[in-house]
Ligand binder design. Structure first.
Ligand SMILES: Cc1cc2nc3c(=O)[nH]c(=O)nc-3n(C[C@H](O)[C@H](O)[C@H](O)COP(=O)(O)OP(=O)(O)OC[C@H]3O[C@@H](n4cnc5c(N)ncnc54)[C@H](O)[C@@H]3O)c2cc1C
Length: 407
């Protein structure tokens, strides 16, 4: 055999597996047809968070502040925002390339084909490997009648290529991608409409989280249409089933992602496995494959970024019967939130038998707060044991303490 492992796809799943296996002394060859880092680094997690941050900065300067600052914005160059995003992505990619190289992984930048469980071809060469790993990721899902034309009807890849901000946007779907783009566009002052086929925004979230986000979106003049979908499009005029017509500059279809699977007898990890399509899940699958240490799928946290952040883990209210207890601490209970002018949101804990079974957080720093809950849940730390922990003041973490004290 030429190599112990042949890995197709250099996204979080592929590069994590490659680095970890090489660090264990295995010989690894990694194939990437585009850029190292995959969707996450080049078209997903990182560029969107960079734009989100820029949009929040923009909003903070263009809306009223309580600090007596009188700022006059003379010019705004969206190109600089795009450049900053590119620089960020490139910096991270360079570090990643170095980490992969330093681990001793061989990289081939070419499209690869998995022939069988021991053979990969790329660039007219054949590679014999002990184990093939398919980490080919996923692509934006198309909806019938809303096929991407990459000009008016855009995918999450296309929208990153926009050189100018649109004035009016219609977003199809309110999962993480739809919500984050809603926030980016809305912060930059664009008019945003969302069409969601389910009863509530973020249908995968706890019902109270969905309702709170709906309330916040209404306050921010973001229009959303629930249990709705596009009926027809004529000359860029969109009619949705409820009868409303919208004339957006662009439509962003954010209705999930289709796995790119080789459908062969090989190990499949990451988005291609069609399980949970999140970068940290992909990384965790790669860690499991390289170390054989199992993990609990029910403890994978979910995060939606922007202000306020949204994060959850475990059971949702709609999953539980009356034998579960729930407590909800409003973020207004926290001194730090008042100092930060970030009092919107709550920490909700679902409990049974003195154990946390689920947590749903809408708050600044929710992405970090949820990790504390994951650690408690994964290590079977009881509510009473958690109460013994000293939480620093003033912090958002105190909210976890305050919430569990109410159980
Ligand atoms: C807009 C957006 C925002 C997101 N935000 C987040 C977030 O905040 N947090 C989060 O956890 N997740 C987020 N995700 C999801 C995350 O990007 C994916 O879950 C993650 O990238 C999956 O990793 P992967 O390695 O399985 O696949 P990918 O990252 O898709 O990598 C697969 C790689 O395989 C390569 N490839 C495919 N076929 C071949 C072939 N035949 N030969 C060679 N190379 C091949 C591709 O070029 C690609 O580089 C986001 C996704 C999008 C689209």
């Amino acid at each position: 055999m030429d190599f112990d492992y042949g890995i197709v796809g250099g996204g979080p799943a592929g590069y994590t597996a490659a680095i970890m296996l090489a660090q264990q002394g295995k010989t690894v060859i990694l194939f990437e047809k585009d850029k190292l880092g995959g969707t996450c680094l080049n078209k997903g997690c990182i560029p969107t968070k960079s734009l989100l941050h820029a949009s929040e900065f923009f909003k903070s300067l263009t809306t009223q502040n309580p600090y007596g600052l009188n700022i006059e914005i003379k010019d705004f160059d969206f190109t600089s925002v795009l450049q900053k995003k590119e620089t960020t992505v490139e910096k991270i990619r360079k570090s990643l390339e170095l980490a992969v190289k330093n681990a001793g992984v061989n990289i081939i930048y070419s499209e690869a084909k998995i022939i069988d469980k021991n053979t990969i071809t790329a660039n007219n060469n054949t590679y014999n490997v002990d184990t093939v790993i398919c980490a080919t990721g996923s692509r934006p899902k198309e909806i019938k009648g809303l096929e991407f034309d990459h000009k008016f009807i855009l995918s999450s890849d296309d929208v990153l290529e926009l050189k100018n901000l649109p004035q009016k946007v219609l977003i199809i779907g309110s999962g993480a991608i739809g919500i984050e783009w809603t926030r980016i566009f809305s912060n930059f002052g664009c008019e945003v409409h969302i069409s969601e086929i389910a009863d509530h925004l973020i249908p995968i979230a706890d019902i109270e989280v969905s309702k709170r986000i709906e309330r916040i979106f209404k306050q921010n003049k973001i229009k959303f249409y629930l249990k709705d979908s596009v009926e027809k499009i004529e000359n860029k005029t969109v009619t949705i089933k409820s009868g409303q017509t919208i004339t957006p500059d662009i439509i962003l279809v954010a209705a999930g992602r289709t796995p790119l699977t080789a459908n062969l007898d090989c190990k499949i990890i990451g988005d291609a496995s069609n399980e949970i399509q999140l970068a940290h899940y992909a990384i965790h699958q790669a860690k499991k494959l390289s170390t054989n240490i199992d993990f609990d799928k029910s403890l994978i946290p979910s995060v939606i970024y922007g202000s306020p952040e949204i994060a959850w883990v475990g059971l949702r209210e709609q999953d539980c019967d009356e034998t579960y207890n729930k407590v909800l601490l409003p973020i207004t209970a926290l001194g730090k939130a008042w100092c930060d002018d970030a009092t919107e949101g709550f920490i909700k804990i679902i409990e049974k038998d003195r154990m946390i079974k689920g947590a749903h957080i809408v708050s600044k720093e929710a992405s970090s707060l949820i990790q504390q809950i994951v650690i408690a849940m994964q290590n079977n730390i009881t509510i009473d044991k958690l109460k013994e922990v000293c939480f620093a003041h003033p912090t958002y973490s105190e909210g976890i303490f305050e919430a569990i004290c109410r159980i």
